[in-house]
Design a protein. Structure first.
Length: 80
């Protein structure tokens, strides 16, 4: 089994770690809503991306459920 030829110095460690620095993510601003989002991804709540309609699975059912819940009469709690 091979062994290291020499001890790794602190300068070697710093030189290697110089590539670990974090970079800022590329952020874009949506033209219609003005919301900030990652580049090449749809803004949160957007219905279109580059002229293409976005389909979200189950979103129509979720909206219908919210409407039904809002229209339903609320039951009053009884105190004992």
């Amino acid at each position: 089994m091979g062994l290291p030829g020499h001890r790794r110095t602190s300068s070697d460690k710093h030189r290697r770690a110089s590539h670990f620095a974090l970079e800022k993510p590329p952020i874009s601003k949506d033209k219609k809503t003005g919301l900030h989002h990652l580049s090449h991804r749809a803004a949160p709540g957007a219905t279109e991306y580059n002229g293409i309609k976005i389909h979200r699975k189950g979103s129509q059912r979720k909206i219908e459920k919210l409407i039904k819940k809002a229209e339903a009469p609320r039951k009053q709690k009884h105190e004992h």
